[in-house]
Design a binder for this molecule. Sequence first.
Ligand SMILES: Nc1ncnc2c1ncn2[C@@H]1O[C@H](COP(=O)(O)OP(=O)(O)OP(=O)(O)O)[C@@H](O)[C@H]1O
Length: 258
Amino acid sequence: MAQSFLEVKNLRKEFGGLTATNDVTFSMGRREIIGLIGPNGAGKTTLLRLISGILKPTSGSIKFKGKNITGAKTWNIVNMGIASTFQNMRPFRRLPIVANVMVPCLSPRAMKRGEWVKKVEAKAMDALEFAGISDMALEKASTLSQGDLKRLEVARAVATDPELLILDEPFGGLSPAETELMAKSVARLHKGGRFGRLHSEGPAMIIIEHKLQQLMKIVDRIIVLNFGTILADGPPDVVVKDPKVIEAYLGDGGTTCS
Ligand SMILES: Nc1ncnc2c1ncn2[C@@H]1O[C@H](COP(=O)(O)OP(=O)(O)OP(=O)(O)O)[C@@H](O)[C@H]1O
């Protein structure tokens, strides 16, 4: 049987008496882009944190490209090719925006193509250009609006040339116009190619998002979590019609949820 790109098996995380992810099992292919949805508290962010190494699971396993990464350190996971953005954004607020992106550019993974430090700023600028905030590169990160902080998060993640990019609510707090722009950038990145000195291999993606209309346009598969358990897993048009999903999350309005 062909080896999965990402293989999550019986992944469980308990916080005291609370089971945040309850034996979650799924796998994904190298070219997939998955939307991870579900009600508040369903366990989506916990699942993301387990895959990116911020949390250690209570039990279960995670394999990436055939290697067991369960409980591995975050920086090892980043160097293997998994990058994430988070809801609670924590940039180096006192540093210029471009310096925030130069830090991930100095990771062994980002440097592995034989780049030297003098090229790092140029590469960081290309990541900012990709995210649409290069004109503010020398401002302090503390001056950024919520929407632009999201862009900085994306720039920091793409600067490591990830093979799997995990985005936690990339459209959260953005205006409809900003959401449209971010959705287009994400879809473009998934296709891959060169963006200046940035080389995107077209990462696989897992995107947590509540703005379903926009999410549906860019993903080819949806996983629905509810009370830490996978309720549905399939193509977006099938999942949104699933009575279990409508009852637990979508309500009568279906995909009008934004
Ligand atoms: N560090 C923690 N300590 C204790 N409980 C936690 C912790 N992190 C998450 N939880 C709990 O685990 C459950 C799942 O939370 P999680 O943040 O993963 O849900 P979510 O689906 O991402 O929700 P949202 O859509 O609101 O972001 C919730 O009941 C939450 O309160």
